[in-house]
Design a protein around this ligand. Structure first.
Ligand code: HEC
Length: 84
């Protein structure tokens, strides 16, 4: 799903081939971070919210709304939380 939505065009994501983008922060260690994008507490609910709809959380963010479904956001968040 991470490859399907193209997250790797903007993020370095360990374990995802081709995910080497530099527009956004590397997602290595994301599970251990306190905040998401500097605006949300890092909880599973907030992670899904961010992945589904970053523009609603922070209207100025460069990260686009990619139309990620709630089920896919849950799966993606699950993977990101393995990156400690
Ligand atoms: C067009 C580039 C772009 C794409 C595509 C993109 N992002 Fe982002 N992402 C960003 C930027 C830029 C930030 C930094 C946001 C900020 O601080 O406002 C960010 C922030 C994040 C964060 C928070 C990182 C942190 O250090 O707090 C996560 C998690 C994230 N993105 C996941 C994803 C996922 C999952 C996808 C695919 C569904 C994705 N991104 C697609 C640009 C992108």
């Amino acid at each position: 799903m991470i490859q399907y939505y193209g997250c790797g065009s903007c993020h370095i994501i360990p374990g995802i081939s081709g995910a080497a983008g530099l527009a956004g922060p590397p997602l290595s260690g994301i599970a251990s971070r306190i905040y998401i994008a500097g605006v949300l507490q890092n909880t599973p609910e907030n992670m899904m919210r961010w992945i589904e709809n970053p523009k609603t959380v922070d209207e100025k963010t460069v990260m686009p709304n990619l139309g990620v479904t709630p089920a896919d956001a849950a799966d993606i968040a699950g993977y990101l939380y393995t990156l400690r």
